[in-house]
Ligand binder design. Structure first.
Ligand SMILES: NC(=O)c1ccc[n+]([C@@H]2O[C@H](COP(=O)([O-])OP(=O)(O)OC[C@H]3O[C@@H](n4cnc5c(N)ncnc54)[C@H](O)[C@@H]3O)[C@@H](O)[C@H]2O)c1
Ligand SMILES: O=C(O)[C@H](O)COP(=O)(O)O
Length: 387
């Protein structure tokens, strides 16, 4: 029986992929794997039993990914599974901050009690809520991954002039990008040209605070900024100064903080980007299936700290799975150890990612604890197990 702990509410449709061989609970001790959304795991002590963490979503900055790699814990995410949900809310965010929709709704509600005068008051007062259309305006998209590409294409379809910036653009993303998108060669070009700027990059030490006083100073007067990626990408004090001076007309964020809530021009949303039934199901299904395939077959598909390694099971074989440091001669140590005890390697796959590598070997012969001990050199083997 595999033991799965959930740290957030995970869509039941996703959990339904875990059959009678799985016990799932939010109060599980010694889990084999954890399913999580945005709960922070940075302060959590990782149980020795833990082999995998699956983030049902995109951002993994709530998980100590590097520490997990050191401990041989594979961290998965679900690329693209919630991207459409975020795209739709970004488009809504641009309309919200252009057309004074929120202020207009609040004012309209304040007319309650004026009886048959409401119609007249609406017509008289509506001129306070005039706001520009988005068609014909310039949108800068920073980060053209699963979300950024969808936002760029949707905005182009709404007749915006779209600039995209991503120095690490993947081939898949490039194939998906409309030919109407202008390739911005620098952030400065985005800042200089665009009326609306939307950020879709992961929060890392490199991107943290990237929207700061210097960036804001080089943007257009009255720029509208949207942040559905992570709060930490924006230096809040600098942004508030920009809003107060009028340089920034609006800031739509999915990551409100106490300091932002009462600042004019801020439209705070309670991290709703991925909160649709469709994306909750997509993410949960992908997370559950990836964990299942890893626990049962050792396959790693979308991991942020280990390479993709997957191989069909070879009939009549025992599978040996080995997470190891990415150092010279480790593979030859493994294969020599295995063959020196008379095991035959029928099939094997191995790939590396930064400091770590992962190998799966399908072998025939008797794989005893002694065999594993022979391979398990503590200097470079992080975790070894059989399936
Ligand atoms: N609000 C929400 O509910 C919600 C939902 C999903 C994702 N997110 C956030 O959005 C982020 C992006 O999600 P995604 O699914 O598009 O991820 P993704 O990995 O598909 O795309 C990220 C893109 O950013 C690019 N990038 C990285 N560093 C960059 C830099 N310095 N400048 C420009 N581009 C850079 C990468 O090349 C990649 O193409 C996630 O990391 C997460 O933090 C938020
Ligand atoms: O990175 C993500 O996928 C989003 O921020 C969604 O987070 P959530 O799963 O907590 O809604």
């Amino acid at each position: 029986m595999y033991r799965i702990q959930t740290l957030n509410k995970i869509s039941p449709k996703g959990l339904a992929n875990l059959d009678e061989n799985y016990e799932v609970s939010d109060t599980m001790e010694n889990p084999d794997a954890i399913l999580v959304r945005s709960a922070s795991m940075h302060e959590m002590e990782m149980p020795a039993s833990l082999k995998a963490i699956a983030r049902a979503g995109a951002g993994t900055n709530n998980i100590p990914v590097d520490q997990c790699a050191e401990a041989g814990i594979v961290v998965f995410n679900t690329p693209g599974a919630n991207a459409n949900a975020v795209k739709e809310l970004v488009i809504a965010g641009m309309l919200l901050c252009s057309r004074k929709v929120v202020d207009g709704i609040e004012w309209a509600k304040s007319l309650k009690g004026n009886g048959d005068q409401v119609g007249k008051m609406v017509e008289k007062g509506k001129s306070s809520f005039v706001g520009p259309e988005i068609a014909g305006k310039k949108l800068g998209v920073i980060g053209l991954g699963a979300i950024g590409v969808r936002v760029a294409n949707a905005a182009a379809a709404l007749d915006m002039e779209v600039f995209g910036y991503d120095p690490y653009l993947s081939v898949d993303a490039a194939w998906g990008l409309s030919s109407r998108i202008t390739h911005a060669k620098s952030l400065e070009e985005i800042y200089r040209e665009c009326d609306y700027i939307t950020i879709h990059v992961p929060q890392t030490p490199d991107t943290k605070g990237m929207i700061n006083a210097e960036a804001i100073a080089s943007m257009k007067e009255g720029v509208r900024i949207l942040n559905f990626a992570r709060g930490g990408l924006v230096n809040e004090a600098d942004l508030i100064a920009g809003l107060e001076s009028g340089k920034v007309a609006a800031y739509v964020t999915d990551f409100p903080s106490d300091a932002l809530l009462d600042v004019k021009g801020v439209i705070p949303l309670p991290h709703l980007g991925a909160s649709t039934p469709e994306s909750e199901e997509n993410c949960a299904c992908m997370a559950a299936l990836q964990v299942k395939d890893f626990l049962e077959n050792g396959n790693i598909i979308n991991s942020v700290n280990f390479p993709r390694v997957e191989m069909a099971r070879s009939a009549g074989c025992t599978r040996i799975c080995i997470i190891h440091r990415n150092l010279p001669n480790v593979l030859s140590h493994i294969t020599e150890s295995v063959s020196s005890i008379g095991l035959n390697i029928e099939n094997m796959q191995s790939h590396s990612k930064k400091d770590y590598a992962y190998a799966i070997l399908d072998v025939t012969g008797d794989v005893t604890a002694d065999v594993l001990k022979k391979i398990d050199d503590k200097d470079f083997i992080v975790r070894i197990w059989t399936l």
